[in-house]
Design a protein around this ligand. Structure first.
Ligand code: NOJ
Ligand code: MG
Length: 528
């Protein structure tokens, strides 16, 4: 590692003519590349208002290039009242002044390209904000009006629960009709049977593809169709997924596939672009339908994300994920903005580092979440700081997702740690001072250095090419797999004592091996 972390953190100079490298061998970039999720609010703040913005992202592209990612996924930056931090969109074809302007967006895209980094945006087609012009028109129109038909308005609500807690129906005024919102009341669900709703999504896709984005992440991809007549939920109310075999009427209706074919139809006219869907469907056969050749290019399976740190379960989950993806590339992720950071979820930094080597060794594409590469733990925020709508809507029983959304510590001292010169929108704890990117760049043993090395090997070492894996026999509480057709072996020890390594030259380990060269507990190794 170089010793001058400060200069490394600053934007590196690159040749403006550098073409975007194809991260794959004979395939599309999105099939094997590493995508870095930027939760824009929390990434880098350029204007001191305490909220991250597009100019902030631009200023840190040099860091992302050093890290070695192929693309970034920007969380929603559209005009939004922010009840769900941007997942409540009032205009899907503009930028919220909080984050910058369309010019800033274009500039970011151009700069990213110069750094060899592609850009994916986050589309939110399931619902709008209650401040979207369509919903405002619906509110001032009468029951039964065409304005209301783009949403789901009814005189009597059914028994559906919101994912965030409480009923999925609210009224715009006493005595008026109820409208459906599967998330916060400020996020009314669109009626996907309405042709204008579909046309508008096509328009949005074309708008951003014409600007040059490389792909779209589709929020709530399993929600874009509601059952005829909105029948009651026959399960215990409140669940977000199938728990007892009774289907969840709110999600995964057969009609969603028509919408995914529509999305694909638009993207196919833009070579190289892709869609990755958030698909929360537990049944693997039903999940698979979302990545049929004329639907989404990719979908998050979330099996690994939800899996405990236990070799047998991890192994089963990997097999299930690969089988479910079928001929589509698998998407591996151990972190995003909706779940606690890996360090917190797995219970230790050692385990989080080990799991990173698992996710990055598997065939397919890998998605990282900002801060994961720094080994940030979740922050235990005081009640008064909590902003996630879940906290209020669950009646204070669910603290929500703010703990993993605390801004990134870049360098120096609090309260802003280089993220902002102002007051960060969520307070950054003192413990983040020891985890800054600047410090970690200088430390060869840091989590950031581990990720950099892992991404470099993944990109450059020929052992990372095979599309299939095969399992080795492994000691109890351990697993080992090989990329078929190559020499890469990945081993993981989730037990509590060291075990011998499989044969091969060690490429990288998530922690030091023991003195006898054994793989310690809570450690993973790459060998070739
Ligand atoms: C999934 C997103 O990841 C989450 O952050 C958001 O709250 C819901 N969809 C609703 O849009
Ligand atoms: Mg700002």
């Amino acid at each position: 590692m170089r010793g001058d972390g400060e200069t490394e953190l600053a934007e590196s100079t690159v040749d403006a003519e550098t073409p975007l490298a194809d991260a794959t061998v004979g395939g599309e970039w999105w099939a094997t590349g590493v995508v870095y999720q930027v939760y824009v609010r929390s990434f880098a703040d350029s204007d001191g208002d305490g909220v991250g913005d597009l100019a902030g992202v631009r200023s840190r592209l040099g860091y992302l290039e050093l890290l070695g990612v192929d693309a970034l996924w920007l969380s929603p930056v559209y005009p939004s009242p922010g009840v769900d931090h941007g997942y409540d969109v009032s205009d899907p074809r503009d930028i919220d002044p909080l984050f910058g302007s369309l010019d800033d967006f274009d500039g970011l895209l151009a700069d990213a390209r110069r750094h060899g980094i592609r850009v994916i945006i986050d589309l939110v087609p399931n619902h709008t904000s209650d401040q979207h012009e369509w919903f405002r028109a619906a509110v001032s129109a009468a029951p039964g009006s065409p304005e209301r038909s783009r949403y789901h308005f009814q005189s009597e609500p059914n028994n559906w629960q919101s994912v965030f807690g409480g009923p999925a129906w609210s009224r715009v005024a006493p005595e008026d009709e109820y409208y459906l919102h599967l998330f916060a009341p400020g996020q009314p669900d669109l009626n996907w049977a309405h042709p204008e709703v579909r046309e508008d999504l096509e328009k949005t896709l074309r708008f951003w593809c014409d600007r040059g984005v490389d792909g779209v992440r589709i929020d709530v991809a399993h929600g874009l169709a509601k059952p005829e007549g909105l029948p009651d939920d026959r399960r215990q109310p409140g669940w977000t997924v199938v728990e007892d075999g009774t289907p969840d009427p709110r999600f995964d209706q057969d009609g969603v596939h028509e919408v995914h074919r529509l999305i694909r139809g638009v993207l196919d006219r833009y070579p190289g672009r892709m869609a990755v869907g958030e698909v929360i469907v537990r049944d693997d056969a039903r999940w698979s339908a979302y990545v049929r050749p004329d639907e989404l290019h990719l979908a998050f399976h979330f099996g690994l994300l939800n899996c405990p740190f236990a070799a047998d379960e991890i192994r089963d989950t990997i097999d299930r994920t690969i089988a479910a993806a079928g001929s589509a590339p698998a998407v591996w992720t151990i972190a995003n903005h909706d779940v606690p950071h890996p360090v917190t979820r797995y219970g230790s930094l050692e385990r989080a580092r080990a799991m990173a080597l698992i996710a990055l060794a598997l065939p397919g594409t890998a998605y990282l979440y900002n801060g994961e590469e720094l080994g940030l733990p979740d922050v235990d925020l005081p009640d008064s700081a909590l902003q996630d709508p879940t906290w209020r809507l669950s009646g204070g029983t669910d603290r929500g997702r703010d703990g993993c959304r605390v801004p990134i510590p870049w360098e120096g001292e609090g309260p802003g740690y280089g993220f902002t010169t102002g007051t960060p929108w969520l307070p950054m704890p003192e413990s983040y001072g020891a985890l800054t990117a600047a410090e970690q760049l200088e430390d060869p043993d840091s989590t950031l250095s581990l990720y950099r090395r892992a991404l470099e090997l993944r990109k450059e070492h020929p052992a990372f090419r095979g599309a299939q894996i095969e399992w080795f026999g492994a000691p109890e509480n351990c697993l080992a797999f090989r990329r078929v057709g190559t020499t890469l072996v990945c081993a993981l020890n989730t037990g509590d004592r060291p075990v011998p390594l499989p044969p091969g030259d060690v490429l990288l380990t998530s922690a030091d091996l023991t003195e006898n060269g054994e793989l310690p507990a809570d450690t993973a190794a790459w060998l070739a």
